[in-house]
Design a protein around this ligand. Structure first.
Ligand code: TYD
Length: 140
């Protein structure tokens, strides 16, 4: 599964902490879009989709939330509760974000502009897409 937790280096001094993120440095792609979620209700589950080509880094800049990831074979759960950590998510991964704390702010850095055509919103379609891709990689 192409997922990794990236640790950012805070610039800390007596005034507090500051994290700077630059494309192709801390973030392993060109950043074309930033969005964030806040005031998420406690039992909400967001995401529930995969992307055909979009890559993202998720950062919980305040509070906490959990991310469930699924590549069609393996499932993983990651807790995001540190503003100095970013979760890199490659394309073709089903993701669900849940268990948001009341103060959670989940910021997402994305490799491309918003494009509904890049979304796979149905889980069975996602599994078919994974199969197609694996077939192509094996020369079928
Ligand atoms: P949605 O895809 O439901 O969010 P999530 O994946 O977090 O559950 O998006 C909610 C709304 O926001 C939907 O109407 C599409 C819109 N939206 C944009 O206009 N631009 C964006 O970059 C994103 C992520 C969503």
């Amino acid at each position: 599964m192409e997922v990794k937790l990236i640790e950012f280096s805070p610039h800390g001094d007596e005034r507090g902490q500051l994290i700077a993120l630059e494309e192709l440095k801390e973030i392993p792609f060109n950043i074309r879009r930033v969005y964030y979620m806040y005031k998420t209700v406690p039992d909400a589950v967001r995401g529930k989709h995969a992307h055909r080509s979009l890559q993202q880094v998720l950062i919980c800049t305040s509070g906490s939330c959990k991310v469930r990831l699924d590549d069609g074979k393996e499932k993983r759960e990651v807790l995001l509760d540190k503003p100095w950590q970013g979760l890199y998510i490659s394309n073709v991964l089903w993701r669900e974000m849940y268990d948001f704390s009341p103060d959670a702010v989940l910021m997402v850095l994305a490799s491309d502009y918003y494009d509904e055509a890049d979304y796979i919103r149905n889980y069975d379609d996602f599994l078919s897409f994974v199969k197609e891709q694996t077939g192509e990689e094996n020369g079928q």
